[in-house]
Design a binder for this molecule. Sequence first.
Ligand SMILES: Nc1nc2c([nH]c(=O)n2[C@@H]2O[C@H](COP(=O)(O)OP(=O)(O)OP(=O)(O)O)[C@@H](O)[C@H]2O)c(=O)[nH]1
Ligand SMILES: [Mg+2]
Length: 309
Amino acid sequence: MSSLPEPMARAEVLVAAAVIRDERGRMLLARRPEGKHLAGLWEFPGGKCEPGESPHQALVRELHEELGIEVDHSEPLLSLTHHYPGKTVRLLIRTVDAWHGEAHGREGQAVDWYSLTDARRLPMPAADRPMLQVLDLQPCFLRDPGFDAFDSGEAFLGDWQARLDAGQRFLELNADRVDPALLESVAGRCGELARRAGARWLLNGEPALAERLGADGVCLSSGVLNSLEARPLPHDRLVVVAVRTAAELEQAGEIDADLICLPVEAGWGDFEARVAQSPLPVLASECEDLETARSHGAFGVARVWKAEP
Ligand SMILES: Nc1nc2c([nH]c(=O)n2[C@@H]2O[C@H](COP(=O)(O)OP(=O)(O)OP(=O)(O)O)[C@@H](O)[C@H]2O)c(=O)[nH]1
Ligand SMILES: [Mg+2]
């Protein structure tokens, strides 16, 4: 059952913005003109949805007005809600994967193409930072059912490799109920296999242990989350938090986490309303349907993998 309150009655600006990539994977960013909110910062092009406009329609209009390009197709990528002093912005980020025309700053603003690495060094609106953390992640996070689902460490490693062979690039290793010595040896080899495949793996456990085992980040339960006052790992690692309540969503934002796992407990309508309160991109837990999850505001999906017999 949902323990989230109704969305806050505060005025919220609905903004559609675009991730547009060139053939090298660089993203088109624009510098906000003088005199506007957050002037001088680099942003994803877009703007406010007008009454009655869908996010796609708003993007078509905004990118024509701001960049002189015609959008032929866009689809949802992620959404998040950021509270600026005196202003709440709900960002609906869409991937624009078909467009024509020559992009240029029609309002006199600078526009340029940036790799994700370079974009992370640019001054950008605070709302955009969590987004930059996740844009290079595979949007399907595979969570570990726990060692007790496997006969041995070797059986677990065999399954881990099979997932990598199948193209999985974002995985979790669960430290729960695992003998520390076994965990140490298995985690070392999991990390090695993941590195070779170019995959990222997180430890579900204590942040300090994740760091010591060389994980690419940590996945926190709400119990660990509640004991934290600040982000437990530097920004070159990932901090994913599994939450259920509105208070936990807020706490995840306060410790400056990167990504939320949120269950689809009471249908997609309820899920979407919860995502609308999230300051961070969200993964729909226990879900395999990426397209549906994205159409309800999620960035991706997370599910527990089933041990091969
Ligand atoms: N387009 C865009 N807006 C963003 C981003 N991040 C972010 O916080 N915002 C905020 O979302 C709001 C978007 O409004 P906007 O100024 O682009 O709206 P607009 O194009 O319709 O301009 P206008 O109101 O002058 O007509 C601003 O408050 C802006 O600061 C982003 O990456 N792209
Ligand atoms: Mg704009």
